[in-house]
Ligand binder design. Structure first.
Ligand code: NAG
Ligand code: NAG
Ligand code: NAG
Ligand code: NAG
Ligand code: NAG
Ligand code: NAG
Ligand code: NAG
Length: 580
């Protein structure tokens, strides 16, 4: 309590300074508008599950600058139809100020655009959560020596006063979030962030309208769970806004960001650390509504069965600790806004069932990284090899497998007995079925999907995928003189992407992260997706950072890049040598 009083004194001092220059005109909402007060607890329950309109109004410098065109209402229809209850609307304001200090006037057109998008969301009966987004690292990075904290406070007040004024009369289905992932690494930064939460509250309260009763989500440093437990302080009691805490969850780093060959997830240790992270935040804030406002396991970059298990377990763990969740979607990972299709509809189905605490059957897959990686999300067949019984294990979670497994291309039910047999929680697919799909003339790639449905929970699919080890047209080249990305052309012949890439120098040591020698076999010496490698329909891209590492390596003749494919089994890889 003592510390709490201290914080209030500090906050008061700041506000007096800010107020001296402030515009304290208060919005009076028209009598026709109405506001049904809602507690933060009810709001957080009601927004679950939510979806982030990522890389859109938060794009730097403006909407359309990144991978998504300006949002249209139909996107929110798609999201709502898929069962989401809310939209988090990240907005970057940094490049929309028309006057600098001390007014920080926001371009009226940008404020209007934000209001229009908020209206698109609210008019569809979805809850909305608007924020100040990449401003966090652009002008509010507390870890930078040259950040003027007084200026950050001034800017936060002025900005939120204007946003608060513009959105003052929106219904109680609109909530506001102080700032996204504001960098902070010390208790002092934590104190500043507590002050910013209060400044934000002061600004929207000063703006008037319904804001004094509006739900807000307050934040700790980086919206990181641990730092929030360490430094977060409750807001000044003079504010009557219903409030809860928002934090983000992208863990474990290696699985979520495809680093160091971590293509598996779901060991007992993985599950225990997820649970302890989420329990820790709840344990510190037993009486505070909590929302994980961002989380994801990419439908494009993570292994399918590991991702499905992660979705299922993450949501159930969040629910166990009474924490709502909002999926981060950057526009490239989940909903394809142009086609209106979800890139991984099964993950969506798993999510929606888990939120309702309905058990989901899940494919089994390897979790330990010490051998080859098995995944029952796929029925892999190596082109040209003979057919044998293929047994795929599942975890039915108490659900009953419906009689007919359906071949999705033809909607044709398979024949239990002839095409497959079920024993316990394993399904064995017969050589005759395999031979009918993987014919001598069929190509490599996905040839069919089998749909497994259950008496409850998500349906699953088994992707019948034929593969061969690709041939490289060139297997070596000289390290380019200038720093740039390098495309290694590959004619894909299976999954059209690598699983991971290993890089070993001519002296036998790893190109980067020598410490990975202590990781399981499937992770040793592997690079990080995004930082070191990427892929396109044309092949694998070694990023400039990987080539720079080759350039910086001392006294070596070459580096061998082993591009590994799914399924991760010995020999399903190609080598590319860069000579120096
Ligand atoms: C104060 O804010 C209101 C609402 O944004 C605006 O209409 C008014 O012009 C502002 N007044 C001053 C003096 O800045
Ligand atoms: C979960 O928390 C909300 C507030 O966020 C509260 O209204 C609800 O009663 C809680 N539910 C359980 C099961 O504890
Ligand atoms: C920091 O920002 C405040 C508020 O805008 C300003 O008055 C002050 O001069 C700034 N300090 C420096 C060192 O720039
Ligand atoms: C509160 O958070 C700290 C980390 O800051 C953690 O060690 C502790 O276990 C948490 N408390 C509870 C009751 O969960
Ligand atoms: C594949 O089947 C053919 C015909 O039954 C047999 O001759 C051949 O040895 C088998 N190949 C392998 C690798 O088992
Ligand atoms: C099987 O499903 C996957 C994932 O949705 C899809 O990419 C693939 O094209 C499907 N295969 C066929 C033959 O439709
Ligand atoms: C790739 O090179 C490594 C030596 O760096 C070797 O052990 C491995 O067998 C090679 N793999 C392939 C697929 O040629």
């Amino acid at each position: 309590m003592g510390r709490y009083a201290n914080a209030a004194v500090l906050v008061g001092a700041v506000f007096r300074g800010v107020f001296a220059q402030g515009n304290s005109t208060r919005v009076e909402c028209p009598s026709a508008s109405s506001f049904a007060p809602i507690s933060a607890g009810k709001f957080f329950d009601a927004l679950n599950p939510g979806w982030n309109l990522g890389n859109t109004l938060d794009a730097v410098e403006t909407e359309g600058s990144w991978n998504n065109p300006p949002v249209v209402g139909g996107t929110f229809d798609d999201v709502k139809k898929s069962g989401y209850k809310s939209i988090r609307l990240p907005v970057t304001w940094a490049y929309h100020f028309t006057f600098q200090s001390p007014d920080w006037t926001v371009d009226a057109k940008w404020l209007q655009r934000v209001e229009d998008v908020v209206d698109m969301i609210l008019s569809r009966g979805l809850y909305a959560l608007v924020n100040v987004h990449h401003d966090s690292w652009i002008w509010a990075d507390l870890t930078k020596a040259d950040t003027n904290v007084t200026m950050v406070e001034e800017k936060m007040y002025k900005l939120w006063y204007q946003i608060g004024t513009k959105l003052a009369c929106k219904s109680s289905m609109l909530a506001m979030e102080t700032i996204n992932e504001i960098p902070g690494t010390t208790p002092e930064h934590g104190d500043t962030i507590n002050r910013l939460n209060n400044i934000f509250l002061q600004a929207i309260n000063d703006a008037g309208g319904f804001n004094p009763q509006r739900v807000v989500t307050l934040v700790g440093a980086g919206e990181d769970g641990l730092k929030t437990t360490q430094w977060f302080k409750r807001p000044d009691a003079k504010f009557k806004n219903p409030w809860g805490i928002q934090y983000h969850y992208y863990s474990p780093y290696d699985f979520i960001f495809s680093a160091w060959g971590k293509t598996t997830w779901g060991s007992d240790a993985d599950k225990a650390s997820m649970e302890s992270d989420i329990a820790m935040v709840r344990g510190n804030f037993t009486d505070v509504p909590l929302v994980i406002g961002e989380w994801a396991a990419s439908a494009v970059a993570t292994e399918t069965s590991a991702r499905w298990r992660y979705f299922d377990h993450f949501i159930r763990t969040a629910a166990k600790y009474n924490t709502s969740t909002v999926l981060w979607d950057n526009g490239a990972d989940f909903l394809n806004r142009a086609t209106h299709l979800w890139r991984d509809p099964i993950a969506q189905d798993i999510y929606k069932n888990a939120v309702k605490e309905i058990p989901n059957a899940l494919p089994e897959s390897t979790t330990d990284g010490s051998s080859t990686q098995q995944s029952s999300a796929y029925l892999y067949h190596k082109k040209g090899t003979n057919f044998t019984d293929v047994t795929l294990p599942f975890k039915f979670a108490g659900n009953t497998l419906n009689k007919n497994i359906v071949l999705s291309s033809s909607n044709k039910p398979l024949n239990q007995g002839r095409d497959y047999t079920v024993s316990g929680e394993s399904i064995t697919f017969k050589p005759s079925l395999l031979a009918s799909i993987f014919t001598p003339t069929s190509s490599t790639g996905s040839l069919a999907n089998l749909t497994l449905s259950f008496n409850r929970g998500a349906s699953l699919s088994v992707n019948m995928l034929q593969y061969s080890v690709p041939d490289l047209s060139t297997t070596s080249s000289q390290l380019p003189a200038v720093s740039s990305d390098l495309l290694i052309p590959i004619t894909w012949s299976g999954q059209n992407r690598p699983a991971t890439i290993k890089a070993v120098k001519s002296d036998g040591t790893f190109l980067v992260d020598e410490w990975t020698q202590y990781l399981p076999e499937l992770q040793q010496g592997r690079l990080t997706y995004g930082n070191h490698w990427d892929w396109t329909s044309e092949g694998v891209v070694l990023k400039a950072a990987a080539l720079d590492a080759v350039r910086q390596a001392q006294g070596i003749e070459f580096v061998v890049f082993t591009v590994e494919f799914y399924p991760r089994e010995r020999g399903n890889a190609v080598n590319y040598t860069l000579t120096v």
